[in-house]
Design a protein around this ligand. Structure first.
Ligand code: PLP
Length: 405
């Protein structure tokens, strides 16, 4: 009968990542945890393969009153939540300009809301060629198309030249382009733009022949390295021209290891009060007409943590421990690959490492035959080091290197 209108979307029979992860779980049920490497999950697991849940966050959740989760929240978020997001996002840096916050269901909601308000149906949204696959779906869900620039040049550095070409190509047909940059600890490569890369990017968007909405997807910022260092690009944004509107996409999923609480935010740092007010008005309208208001209990938890220095210190300390565990896995994985003569796509930190290869689908299949489950992308294999122990990182890197050599 075909009742569904496809509307130019490609709707698969099942989500690729969840299907793969289902096969990995079935293999674990049959052969046991130790015999299987499930490097598919985009969530942080401890060395036993159990989901990391920060006890300090759980303590804050336990103090919630019935009203905290039962009552509707304001559409753009509670005042305490907004304050908390500003603190969490900017850390020791002071944002420049006029800051406005709107709560969203996770980082995913922040992307949806920005695309709805800063691009038109039929427009291209620009991002790097290596990108979170959901970017494309979020665009097509709203009748937008995704254009990409080559993230890395032949030397393995940030490809500012291709960004400049692609943005100006789009500027021929669009007066405004949403440019989505996922950094630090990019999914799927783990790359973090250096401050030198940021200098180049800022020069390019300032000179672009169109207005640019610079959307910075910082979902993984709290796992990318030392807090101040990973935020050191923020003061550089003061150099953005009048044609550029910077907006951050923030996610509490990773920051609080609270993926299921579905909380995040868009944070606009406008040069003037009018642009900030326009952002608030549009973000609120889009929120109201899609998910309406967000999870109040998650907002209350954020507010509690960031208004209580002692509790915040506890959460920061606990997260630091997991972050360092993840950074160590990354170092070990990359070193093992290199020692076995294979290089990954430029990696800095984070949940994922990607290895470029020909025919990733067949490499993925061969790995699966060895009970190693990794996601085959169009141009490589993505390994979630967030979900496997250091020992499994070594085994996984060795197996991939053996297949690729
Ligand atoms: N951005 C990137 C690059 C991601 O990989 C993810 C999650 O995997 C998100 C945003 C949003 O995550 P959530 O909606 O769970 O906060």
């Amino acid at each position: 009968m075909n009742f569904v209108k496809e509307n130019n979307r490609v709707i698969p029979a099942e989500d690729k990542v969840f299907a793969l992860s289902g096969r990995a779980k079935a293999a674990i049920a049959k052969k046991g945890k130790d015999a299987v490497i499930n490097a598919t999950v985009g969530a942080l697991l401890d060395d036993n393969g159990d989901l990391v849940v920060m006890s300090s966050v759980v303590d804050a959740i336990r103090t919630l009153t019935p009203q905290d989760y039962a009552e509707y929240a304001p559409i753009t978020g509670t005042p305490a939540f907004k304050e908390a997001v500003v603190k969490a996002l900017f850390g020791n840096y002071k944002p420049s300009g006029h800051v406005e916050v709107c709560v969203t269901p996770g980082g995913t909601g922040s992307i949806t809301n920005v695309i709805a308000n800063y691009s038109q149906p039929g427009d291209f949204v620009l991002t790097h060629d290596w990108c979170w696959a959901n970017y494309r779906n979020i665009c097509s869900q709203q009748g937008r198309k995704l254009a990409t620039f080559r993230f890395f040049n032949e030397e393995g550095s940030f490809n500012a030249d291709d960004l400049e070409i692609r943005i100006n190509e789009l500027a021929v047909h669009q007066d405004q382009v949403v440019l989505m940059i996922n950094t630090p600890a990019h999914n799927p490569t783990g790359y973090s733009l250096s401050n030198e890369d940021w200098e180049k990017l800022i020069r390019i968007v300032n000179k672009a022949a169109c207005k640019v909405v610079l959307f910075m997807d910082i979902a993984y910022i709290d796992y990318a390295g030392e807090e101040d260092e990973v935020r050191s690009f923020i003061p550089m944004l003061a150099k953005l021209g009048d044609n550029v509107l910077p907006i951050f996409g923030y996610s509490t999923s990773k920051t609080l290891t609270a993926y299921g609480m579905r909380c995040g935010a868009i944070v606009c740092m406008a040069k003037n009060a009018e642009d900030a007010e326009e952002f608030r008005r549009a973000a609120e309208y889009s929120a109201r007409s899609t998910w309406s208001n967000c999870n109040r209990s998650a907002m209350v938890v954020m507010g509690k943590i960031y208004s209580d220095p002692e509790l915040q210190a506890k959460v920061d300390e606990e997260r630091r421990m997991y972050r360092d565990m993840l950074l160590e896995r990354g170092r070990v994985f990359e070193k093992t690959l290199n020692d076995n003569g294979v290089k990954c796509v430029p990696f800095t930190a984070g949940f994922f490492v990607t290895i470029a290869c020909d025919d990733p689908a067949s490499v993925g299949k061969k790995l699966e035959e060895q009970d190693i489950f990794c996601l085959a992308l169009a141009k490589g294999i993505r390994v979630s080091i967030a979900s496997i122990s250091k020992e499994k990182c070594v085994k996984c890197a060795e197996a991939i290197a053996a297949l690729l050599k």
